[in-house]
Design a protein around this ligand. Structure first.
Ligand SMILES: C[S@@+](CC[C@H](N)C(=O)[O-])C[C@H]1O[C@@H](n2cnc3c(N)ncnc32)[C@H](O)[C@@H]1O
Length: 224
């Protein structure tokens, strides 16, 4: 269901991100890219790369890095391929399921993902896979949407996310279902503290996070 949904909306995905966030999504990815650029030297995997914005942001900050994008949606990978060609980035792209990565243990200096974790059927298994393919001392960085905690703002954000976003999604992406799934998946997802606790439980060290976007985004950084 998730794979088919992202393939359906791939053509309008970037436009919807810019409309929903007022263009702020690039600044959030830059924060994750900075955390990756500070990782130990070596290749980087951008898991669930989608249209490759985070992979390209890492490349832009750290041009010497070998960055690979992986995703299980053909439509998203196609959009990533086109964008990467337009920017002459020649980004290697791989079809892969985050729950069964086609990479050997300890392959990457860092693994990053943006807006993936709440889509996983088995979050602990996904985090364990990310850890498996990262070298000891390497980093795992996750960017994810989260419910803001501030009273008043939280309710306002909920209203915007549950009412306005599906309506814009229906109009612009012609897919109300996908943009109804989006707020529902955020509601179901863990709080930043709960995610940090799960990361520690599956074996990560030095887990920390910071909130961005008025508390609507969390960037988790962990050491393997
Ligand atoms: C919300 S998009 C995020 C795309 C991109 N990372 C970004 O920053 O815009 C979620 C992406 O996760 C991918 N995805 C979801 N579950 C996945 C899985 N199990 N394995 C690989 N990719 C997955 C989807 O195909 C989609 O491209």
């Amino acid at each position: 269901m998730v794979r088919a949904m992202f393939t359906r909306i791939a053509g309008r995905y970037d436009l919807m991100n810019s409309l929903m966030t007022g263009g702020r999504h690039h600044a959030w990815r830059r924060v994750a890219a900075e955390a990756i650029a500070a990782a130990t030297p070596g290749p980087v995997l951008d898991l669930a790369t989608g249209t490759a914005d985070l992979a390209l942001a890492v490349r832009a900050l750290d041009p010497a890095r070998h960055v690979i994008g992986a995703d299980f949606s053909e439509g998203m990978l196609h959009a990533a391929m086109e964008k990467s060609a337009v920017r002459a980035a020649r980004l290697p792209l791989v079809g892969a399921d985050a729950l069964a990565l086609p990479f050997r243990d300890k392959t990457f200096a860092a693994v990053t993902s943006a807006f993936l974790l709440r889509n996983l059927e088995d979050l602990a298994a996904g985090l364990t896979e990310m850890r498996r393919v990262t070298i000891p001392g390497g980093r795992v960085v996750s960017l994810e949407i989260t419910r803001p905690a501030m009273p008043g703002w939280s309710q306002l954000f909920g209203l915007y996310f549950h009412k306005v976003v599906p309506a814009v999604g229906a109009m612009v992406a012609r897919d109300r279902t996908a943009y109804t799934y989006l707020p529902a998946s955020v509601d179901r997802f863990l709080t930043p503290d709960e995610l940090a606790a799960l990361m520690r439980k599956v074996g990560y060290g030095d887990v920390s996070y910071r909130r961005l976007g008025l508390g609507t985004i969390a960037v988790h950084i962990a050491t393997v």
